[in-house]
Ligand binder design. Structure first.
Ligand code: GUN
Length: 291
């Protein structure tokens, strides 16, 4: 029976550590770190994510600014907002919540963010620096997973790791971090995706699997070996008849897989809260680099 990688608990520890640092900053009569977020349109999940980020800022003692734009905003208006944040010395870091409405070129928008304020780690400069094992803002979800493994002393050195999904914000950077020098890291990594044939042939040999697919209950117990470590990044909203009208489902068939795994992340309470905590961590790093 698997042990739980408790992302909720570790995220609380990390937020307390950040709060302590902020208290020290404030005791020196310096200003608090300040995170801004741009939210375009009315996507329900995006609104919920951004609201949580604002709440996290409050919890750790950061200032936050939420900029809400209508989904009819033009690309150039959005670029103007980014320019203002880039140039505002009171703002240490900011994020543009994705996805953006159709008609807005995501690449162009991300490239306009000052890499020194890119606390999501999405700018090509940060991505490139990460891939070259230079100091960089790491994207929050992969950074959160690496931190969770580190805090539970789950070693990946020399292990066979399979990452399912090659998204630019989770799968691809995850594969790079797991193969980078260090532990967690130093793994032999296979990145499988929608064109991979017989994915289960890879997952059955894996010592650690990161599933970042967005397909509820995709990973089944017959696809994994005994003792595997399973990291579930999925958080799909599945409609139900409850009060909220939906619940969140991971990419892992948790009930089945937990019988075989040595370690497993729950959904909710696994990767999600870690992602949120690491955004706070990156904002603190952005602040500290400047002072
Ligand atoms: N959309 C889904 N995840 C993220 C994230 O980590 N950052 C931003 N900006 N948008 C997202």
């Amino acid at each position: 029976m698997a042990q739980i990688l408790d992302g909720l608990k570790v995220s609380k520890d990390i937020k307390s550590e950040i709060k302590l640092e902020v208290d020290k900053i404030l005791a020196q009569e310096l200003r608090a770190p300040h995170l801004a977020a741009i939210l375009v349109g009315e996507n329900g999940a995006s609104k919920a994510y951004v609201n949580s980020k604002v709440k996290d800022c409050k919890e750790v003692g950061f200032e936050s600014t939420l900029i809400r734009l209508s989904d009819t905003v033009s690309e150039s208006e959005l670029l103007d907002e980014i320019k203002l944040l880039n140039e505002n010395p009171q703002i240490d870091g900011f994020i543009v919540q994705l996805p953006l409405p159709k008609g807005i070129d995501q690449e162009l928008i991300i490239n306009a963010i000052d890499p020194k304020k890119d606390v999501d780690g999405f700018h090509p400069e940060n991505f490139g620096r990460m891939a070259l094992e230079m100091e960089a803002f790491l994207p929050a979800t992969p950074y959160g997973i690496m931190t969770l493994l580190e805090r539970y002393n789950v070693s990946t050195k020399g292990k066979n790791c399979v990452v399912i999904g090659r998204s630019r914000i989770v799968g691809r950077p995850m594969s790079i971090l797991l193969s980078s020098k260090g532990d967690p890291g130093d793994a032999t990594v296979t990145l499988v995706h929608s064109h991979t044939q017989n994915i289960e042939e890879y997952t059955r040999k894996a010592d650690l699997i990161v599933v970042a697919l967005g397909a509820p209950k995709y990973l089944k117990k017959d696809m994994v070996k005994e003792g595997v470590v399973i990291i579930d990044v999925g958080i799909t909203r599945v409609e139900d008849t409850g009060e909220r009208g939906f619940h969140l489902e991971g990419d892992v068939d948790y009930e089945g897989c937990k019988e075989k795994a040595s370690w497993i992340t729950p959904v909710p309470g696994g990767v999600g809260p870690m992602t949120r905590a690491m955004l706070m961590k990156n904002t603190l790093l952005a602040y500290k680099r400047k002072i």
